[in-house]
Design a protein around this ligand. Structure first.
Ligand code: ADP
Length: 303
């Protein structure tokens, strides 16, 4: 197969591993810098140009689109889709997953366990919002944050009110969430490929840190997940329309709660923690599914 990887650099661990896995399995693979693609929107033979020349039609495309370039990146990916290339994850599913609130709303519709989450516009409603999630302590999140940046634990009602007011004053979109204390600063990353959890790890925040992100100094270890956690992760990826997803769960007293579904989950942490060849499994998924050029995840009529 001809496989393109949309990524800013070949040197990024996940990109390098995907290249290696694809080449090992005999595919022709090319890393394409998303921001150097440009395109013509035409009804007859739409194409993608890259660094000045027309890109050959690819059988599959692996999007590794950073959060800061979601808009341009999903436009480029959509152009690959229009041209007939099979996307590992579809552009519409990626856009959906990048908005935390929209994702939670879609998941809630399917009855998936979630931390109680509140959203409001007017500063006059802050009091009601805090009550809605059960009062302090609570977590305040920027809707477009990643890697734990913009996730704040407010221990008291007063602290919550001032932080929410401050974010609102800056016109930032935030949501407020019940704090799952019993998770103990840990979460579970389930790596889903083609409707199966292929690997799982437990991430624990650094001492004194409630955020378990590896970028924030958290550590990871392999973990055995329960059947409920497994089915929650698989359903969450399906609802989002993602073939490959990193589903982050919190272990609460009342079962697994989905915190986030990541459409470009990193490979470094999970491969190191579990010793599994996740990149190889992703390429195998493409081998099975890219040939009919149809995406299996298209969700009709919903954002
Ligand atoms: P990001 O997308 O920036 O990583 P997350 O929503 O995943 O943001 O939050 C970062 C980390 O903070 C999570 O991995 C988790 O450890 C912790 N966390 C987030 N929300 C909650 C919550 N409601 N209760 C307890 N811990 C939380």
């Amino acid at each position: 197969m001809k496989i393109a990887i949309l990524s800013r650099s070949k040197r990024i661990y996940s990109t390098a591993r995907l290249v290696e896995a694809a080449e090992t399995r005999g595919h022709e693979v090319r890393v394409v810098d998303t921001l150097r693609c440009y395109m013509n929107i035409v009804s007859h033979r739409p194409s993608i140009h890259y660094r000045g020349t027309k890109l050959e039609l690819q059988d599959a495309v692996i999007p590794r689109i950073g959060a800061s370039i979601t808009f341009y990146g999903t436009a480029v990916l959509r152009q690959f889709e229009v041209a007939g290339t099979f996307p590992l994850n579809e552009s519409v599913a990626i856009s959906r997953s990048r908005d935390k609130l929209r994702s939670l709303q879609l998941l809630s519709r399917k009855g998936i366990g979630l931390p109680v989450t509140g959203f409001c516009h007017s500063p006059d409603d802050i009091d009601g919002l805090i009550d809605m999630v059960g009062g302090a302590p609570l977590v305040i999140k920027l809707l477009e944050g990643t890697q734990g940046i913009g996730v704040v634990l407010a221990e008291t009602r007063q602290a919550a009110e001032s932080v929410i007011e401050a974010f609102m004053g800056l016109q930032a979109n935030i949501m407020v969430q019940e704090y799952i204390k019993e998770a103990g600063g840990a979460d579970i990353r389930c790596f889903v490929v083609g409707g199966k959890v292929v690997a799982a790890m437990r991430r624990q925040g650094a001492p004194g840190e409630f955020r378990s992100n590896l970028h924030r100094g958290g550590s990871a270890e392999v973990i055995k997940i329960s059947p409920a956690e497994r089915s929650t992760a698989v359903t969450a990826a399906k609802v989002m329309g993602l073939n490959v997803a990193g589903v982050d769960l919190l272990r609460s007293n009342h079962g697994p709660l989905v915190m986030e579904v990541n459409s470009s989950p990193g490979l470094e942490g999970i491969e190191a923690a579990t010793g599994k060849d996740i990149a190889g499994l992703i390429i195998q998924f493409l081998e099975k599914n890219a040939t009919d050029k149809k995406t299996s995840t298209r969700t009709k009529g919903e954002g």
